[in-house]
Unconditional design. Structure first.
Length: 459
């Protein structure tokens, strides 16, 4: 952890020693908040986050043990160092048992303080990295989790490999369910920042009034409900990657502040008076057409170009149907192992259904369908009856009645398109949107449907 990005709280009732400690730590490059006594320390702990708390054990108003207790409750990531006289070593050892990082006896040399602070910061960094890695490795977000053999996806893989090691901002675009966050995580875990935190925030899932606080943090009392200071995701991602998902949902006024934070590499918490440095790589994602939003005045062009230094577009699943069997098998193996089923394959008819369906929900919908089918399946392979493919608009299921026990790909496509058209009152524009295809594609399907079918052997 860089000294310039570290904030230390020093609590000491001896004014002369307090001033010397503040001066020394500032010369080391740290940001220091020095307070005379434990009561003021408790107030600061409620006001802003700290990396290290250096407190005297014996103080007349509130002692160091109380400072330790409150710090453990409000800022458990902070490391607490105790300064104590030789005769109070037993109390210092008791404090370590209650969560203090270490203690130092008075009188001490300031070089000893420097070493102890550096060790405390390294311990804090390692613990945070280990926790982050344990959480992330449970999902194994690596390149091997991005499954696909289609040329379109292979091009995406090649681009990720080229840009992962850099520091440029990246904008990932694609429809809902195409795996934008998975790509963002793959970029992070194959970058030089892989050992630091990957922090994701969904800009569309947080109320507009709280989004600024979520991004930049806030000080205590900044607004109703701000009972304690919070750093915000820009600071939580220090040294790592910040993933801004659904960036297109961000309100225009906040876009200006995000642009400034990215350009200046610093943020000011809501209600705060000081800027805090930011050290994060920015990866954004959107399922909206941001260029169209820029043209319509709904998204800032300067923010768009700041984020889209390296654009990555994920093709929808319907444009890479050759990946469907591979993906489906991966999900089948995953959920069969999870629930302890012996199901190992799809029947030819079931695979025909998967290939014919246009997947408006993309890979996420495919995974959901396979997971449900595994739980419904009673044999060793998934049948057509185990699949429930949604129509995508009103949530109705795709009915297979009337198209035979061994449907062809064409028969499945015709039946599905016809069903959606009926649900949309034969409105082709609405039907195309429900199918998540262009009207041109829909008309091409309809022309094929109206031509006499070519017979082929049953599957």
């Amino acid at each position: 952890m860089n000294a310039e990005k570290t904030t230390i709280l020093v609590a000491e009732d001896d004014q002369e020693l307090l001033a010397l400690l503040e001066q020394h730590l500032q010369q080391e490059g740290y940001r220091v908040v020095a307070v005379d006594g434990g009561a003021h320390a408790l107030g600061q702990l409620q006001h802003e986050p700290f990396d290290v708390v250096l407190t005297d054990l014996k103080m007349p108003d509130v002692d160091g043990m109380e400072v330790l207790r409150v710090c453990r409750e409000t800022q458990p990531e902070a490391r607490v160092l105790l300064m104590t006289a030789y005769g109070s070593i037993d109390n210092a050892i008791q404090a370590i048992r209650q969560g203090a990082y270490h203690y130092i006896t008075k009188p001490f040399r300031f070089e000893e303080i420097s070493v102890l602070v550096a060790k405390a910061l390294e311990d804090r960094r390692l613990r945070a990295e280990n926790l982050s890695l344990r959480r992330e490795l449970e999902g194994r977000y690596r390149f091997e989790n991005l499954v696909g053999k289609s040329p379109a996806l292979q091009a995406v893989f090649a681009l990720i490999q080229r840009v992962a090691g850099g520091e440029s901002n990246i904008l990932i675009t694609g429809e809902t369910g195409t795996g934008k966050e998975l790509v963002a995580r793959a970029i992070h875990f194959n970058s030089r920042r892989a050992k630091r935190a990957f922090v994701a925030v969904n800009c569309a899932a947080i109320p507009e009034g709280l989004l600024e606080s979520e991004l930049f943090g806030h000080v205590k009392g900044a607004f109703t409900g701000a009972v304690a200071a919070r750093p915000g995701v820009f600071l939580e991602a220090a040294g790592g990657t910040l993933f801004l998902d659904e960036i297109g949902a961000m309100p225009l006024p906040l876009q200006a502040k995000v642009l400034r934070a990215i350009q200046e590499r610093e943020v000011r918490p809501v209600g705060g008076r000081e800027n805090r440095p930011v050290d994060a790589r920015f990866v954004a994602a959107s399922n909206r057409d941001l260029k169209a939003m820029v043209a319509a005045g709904e998204f800032r062009d300067d923010l768009y170009y700041r984020l889209a230094v390296i654009p990555i577009h994920l093709p929808p699943l319907r444009e890479r149907s050759e990946d469907i069997p591979l993906l489906a098998q991966v999900f089948l193996d995953k959920y069969a192992a999870r629930v302890g089923r012996t199901v190992r394959a799809f029947s030819p008819q079931a695979m025909a259904c998967l290939l014919a369906y246009p997947w408006p929900g993309n890979v996420r919908e495919l995974e959901n369908v396979v997971e449900r089918a595994v739980n419904l399946c009673t044999g060793k392979e998934i049948s057509v009856e185990d699949l429930a493919l949604g129509a995508g608009a009103g949530g109705a299921e795709f009915s297979l009645r009337g198209i035979g026990p061994r449907p062809t790909l064409r028969g499945l496509t015709d039946a599905y398109v016809s069903q959606v058209l009926r649900e949309m009152g034969n409105d082709k524009e609405r039907a195309a949107r429900a199918l998540n295809v262009s009207e041109r594609t829909l008309y091409r399907w309809l022309r094929k449907r109206d031509r006499p079918p070519t017979k082929c052997p049953s599957a």
